[in-house]
Write a protein that binds this ligand. Structure first.
Ligand SMILES: [Zn+2]
Ligand SMILES: [Zn+2]
Length: 104
């Protein structure tokens, strides 16, 4: 597998030939290129997510990249929850300290 410089060469390598096979199902002809990894995907819903993009083009993300991105999103959400939890604990500790101080 070759590494593709996706930001620089996207438009030069974005030429899908009839021999390109979908990276997800490994059987259908590739119709779009995953914008994340650059592999060809067919336009089946089970293989990729396709979003409408500028100039009538499509923005496709293959299934495995979708999973990777979703995992990242979940990690971010959990991180936020953790921060909230820490805040809550922090304010509880503060309150407790105040109580102790005022009772002295
Ligand atoms: Zn496919
Ligand atoms: Zn991909």
């Amino acid at each position: 597998m070759s590494v593709i410089n996706k930001s620089d060469n996207y438009f030069t390598y974005n030429q899908i030939t009839e021999w390109d096979i979908c990276v997800t199902c490994d059987s259908s002809q590739a119709k779009e290129l995953c914008r994340n990894c650059g592999h060809g995907v067919c336009n089946e819903k089970k293989c990729c997510q396709i979003f409408p993009h500028i100039n009538g083009t499509n923005y496709a993300i293959c299934k495995s990249c979708t999973r990777t991105i979703e995992k990242k999103l979940v990690a971010i959400v959990n991180h936020d929850e953790l921060r909230l939890l820490k805040k809550k604990i922090h304010s509880k500790i503060k309150k407790t300290i105040k109580k102790i101080e005022s009772s002295e």
